[in-house]
Design a protein around this ligand. Sequence first.
Ligand SMILES: Nc1ncnc2c1ncn2[C@@H]1O[C@H](COP(=O)(O)OP(=O)(O)OP(=O)(O)O)[C@@H](O)[C@H]1O
Length: 308
Amino acid sequence: MQPVISITGLDKTYASGFQALKDIHLEIYRGEIFALLGPNGAGKTTLISTICGLVSPTRGRIVADGHDIVTQYRHARERIGLVPQELTTDAFETVWNTVSFSRGLFGKPADPDHIEKILRALSLWNKKDNALITLSGGMKRRVMIAKALSHEPRILFLDEPTAGVDVSLRKDMWALVRNLRGMGVTIILTTHYIEEAEEMADRVGVINRGEIVLVEGKAELMRKLGKKQLILQLKAPLQTIPEALAPYALEPGAEACELVYTYDAQRGNHNIADLFEALRSAGIAFKDLRTEQSSLEEIFVNLLREQK
Ligand SMILES: Nc1ncnc2c1ncn2[C@@H]1O[C@H](COP(=O)(O)OP(=O)(O)OP(=O)(O)O)[C@@H](O)[C@H]1O
């Protein structure tokens, strides 16, 4: 796949001496939704601010849509739209003016048709003459996205797009981001909501203490690291687990009659047929069963634990 952003050997040390990014190598592919996931203070904002040219790299190189972000800053920046965490707008300005003005800042000629298209796509068209101060929080956030899209960037950064946004609005935002990808925009979002990465991303990059710990397709990540559990509901509670079942490392479940078998979902040889046979031989009958797969949340927590 073709990278739209290539980062090689990127370090960032702030003036305070604090090293916020350590030897980052990362490629973002054209047309994907990439979620940069990490705990507070991991370096997510520093990384996207560096790609957007707002923070200068200490070492390393970043190329955005074919342009070096340091030596060809203007060209690189033109390709990029950034929706920052904080809403930075003039509260008394109208939606239309805010978005149109932003396009002008990039030296692009006025294009009312384009502005109309994005306002409609973001369900803001009927608010175009409203002052920002009269809008709800969710609408203001959408204005920030419209602003970032006003100069027709190929790459859109969303820094914590749903921080402090309630659950139903969060779902609207996810649908919106998918729509934007449908329009051909590559999307990089930062989040510490695992649910958000799980819901939206094609690939997930995990950053912790300034280092990229892992980059993986979301489905692969879940498949690779996800443990699966088979939960058997027994007909009668077990006092002890018979010796013959020891190889399966069975554990009692949350309910009295439950027995849990944990296996690696990726491996084909997880012996479930053998387990059933062994249960039958031991005279243990079950009336129902279900499987559960670990979520990205559990995977993430385990990853960070391993790193310590
Ligand atoms: N201007 C600065 N000078 C010194 N240190 C900074 C500066 N900006 C950020 N840092 C530090 O760099 C680290 C990474 O911060 P950053 O904002 O990139 O993290 P983050 O992953 O975006 O966190 P959050 O999820 O809380 O937004 C933090 O320890 C932060 O205190």
